[in-house]
Write a protein that binds this ligand. Sequence first.
Ligand code: HEC
Length: 192
Amino acid sequence: MKPSLKLALLTSLLAGCAANPQVEKQAALTEAARQAGGGLIKTLGGELKAAMTAGGPATAIGVCKEKAPKIAAEAAQKTGFMIKRVSPKNRNPKGVPDAWESEALASLEQRLAAGEKPETLDMSAVVDTPEGKLFRYAKALPTQAVCLNCHGDPDRLSPEVKARLATEYPNDKAVGYSAGMIRGVLSMKKAM
Ligand code: HEC
């Protein structure tokens, strides 16, 4: 294809996008979700690190239990997104993925297997619901070395962590991960 033709095609494609308000809105919401999600993960990571240094992983379980939902709720209030963390191998009994989240996770897993970096893996969509159009966003939460203290091989968890998890999460499925795996997704949604 001639370069001028290529350019004309690209321009018309871009113009096509710009003329579609839903596509524009989705792009803007995706950007907002990335910002909110990135901030939330950073805040949570900082809290986790501080608690681990101060009292070790058994104490830091409290950060995940009380602070994580609180930080998410604060971010939700600030941004208007509904925010939660979900995983097919959930620890929090309420962390079960819905159909869209399961599909999103499967596609993020595929992209990870195809060589994409886990830190930047995310996706968004606009779905039709009986209440109208809903913006949805999923960001992969990759398992890092620090996560293994509480989500790694069950035989290698400290006895304190094991005991605490057994009492607080009797139906815990969130162990057996290794570094680089996707632990779950940060899921956000907002009516359009
Ligand atoms: C100190 C122990 C601890 C560490 C370290 C830890 N987690 Fe968790 N994680 C928990 C607990 C406890 C919960 C359940 C929180 C709740 O009750 O909502 C949890 C829940 C989650 C969930 C929500 C889904 C579910 O299973 O209920 C995700 C996702 C998650 N953790 C990812 C991570 C990632 C990624 C890291 C590393 C960056 C990490 N965790 C490090 C203890 C930990």
